[in-house]
Design a protein around this ligand. Structure first.
Ligand code: SAM
Ligand code: DTB
Ligand code: SF4
Length: 337
């Protein structure tokens, strides 16, 4: 990743006007105008910005591990881990630190530099904090970047995670404020934003994005990106998931989104948040190599790497290595500690 210095002449003048400034005042109309550009114009603009802020031929490999599966009291309509639906996912206890360490070692040996751990919780309970912080210590000790997603946090919990060595906290806003109520009723959009503020104030890096293809409109996709791009500072990491329709959930029969709309969403995310890692997240099994190549051109520079996401599949590691080789892309090297 290049230096974040907009007063550096190489940064300020060596690129087009579109790449010069980082803004947190994007309007819905401006964002919709970006979505509506001819695809070539949108891709050109996004790629120019991408190339200016990152090495365009490097992709960050993040491996995901479900450290506590199923039985979640929330009613997120897309999620196989909600106890409101029967998607056949068994509720498990939190994994042991030894088991997590073994999975993280395997991910590192396969080439991942970032390790993301998810728990199907509404919120973190203080009684689980010692086990969670011990897990962070294990993964950090392997020299991997750490990310966790554990639901809502209190300020004290966020600070304790930060002190334990957590780098990123993932907490997705999922969609626009307007559409959110159609998808989740057990918590509000504001609850999500409050946790994101708590995470930021604790000094953790913010990972926040959402899902496309849940039946939302383009206006909702623009609204989701507007919420993220008007956070100041922007999230350092923005996962864009394409809905994986999970049988047994209310969205289990949802028709797939047109892949080029995913490409457009990534391109707009890249233009709005030039310094963020934009992750081409869930749903890659449903995307052709060509669609994924367009996502990388549009500014995606991170993927989930490893044959499982949380409860569903992801391309096999060998398949992804072959895709990267075919496109002449390299895995991002580990960052110095
Ligand atoms: N329980 C925590 C929470 O909701 O913040 C953490 C785990 S939750 C599974 C993490 C994220 O995965 C969700 O916010 C959602 O964006 C994404 N996700 C879950 N199920 C998905 C699906 N079927 N398709 C695409 N993304 C999904
Ligand atoms: C994110 O934005 N996507 C990941 C991670 N953060 C936790 C989760 C994707 C889940 C896909 C469906 C499943 O495996 O259950
Ligand atoms: Fe629970 Fe997270 Fe799934 Fe919602 S997305 S049901 S909070 S695990």
């Amino acid at each position: 990743m290049k230096e974040r210095n907009i007063s550096d002449p190489a940064t300020a003048e060596g690129c087009s006007a579109t790449a010069r400034e980082v803004r947190s005042d994007w309007t819905r109309e401006e964002i919709l105008d970006l979505f509506a550009l001819p695809l070539n114009d949108l891709l050109h603009r996004a790629h120019e910005i991408h190339r200016h802020h990152f090495d365009p031929n490097e992709v960050q490999l993040s491996t995901l591990l479900n450290i506590k599966s199923g039985g979640c009291p929330e009613d997120c309509k897309y999620c196989s881990q909600s106890s409101h639906y029967d998607a056949g996912v068994k509720a498990t206890k939190l994994m042991s630190r030894q088991a997590v360490r073994a999975a993280a070692r395997k991910a590192k040996a396969a080439g991942a530099t970032r390790f993301c751990m998810g728990a199907a919780w509404r919120d973190l309970k203080d009684r689980d904090l010692p086990a969670v912080t011990a897990i962070i210590g294990e993964v950090k000790a392997l020299g991997l970047e750490t990310c966790m997603t554990l639901g809502m946090l209190t300020a004290d919990q966020a600070e304790r995670l930060e002190r334990a060595g957590l780098d990123y906290y993932n907490h997705n806003i999922d969609t626009s404020e307007e559409f959110y109520k159609e998808i989740i009723t057990t918590r509000t959009y504001q609850d999500r934003l409050d946790t994101l503020r708590t995470v930021r104030e604790a000094g953790l890096k913010v990972c926040s994005g959402g899902i496309v293809g849940m039946g939302e409109s383009r206006e909702d996709r623009a609204g989701m990106l507007q919420t993220l791009a008007t956070l100041a500072p922007h999230p350092e990491s923005v996962p864009i998931n394409m809905l994986v329709p999970m049988a047994g959930t209310p969205l289990g029969e949802t028709a797939p989104l047109e892949p080029l709309e995913m490409v457009r969403t990534i391109a707009v995310a890249r233009i709005l948040m030039p310094w963020a890692y934009v992750r081409l997240s869930a749903g890659r099994k449903a995307l052709s190599d060509e669609a994924q190549a367009l996502c990388f051109y549009a500014g995606a520079n991170s993927i989930f790497y490893g044959e499982r996401l949380l409860t569903t599949g992801n391309p096999e590691e060998a398949e992804d290595r072959a895709l990267l080789a075919k496109l002449g892309l390299r895995a991002e090297p580990p960052k110095p500690c």
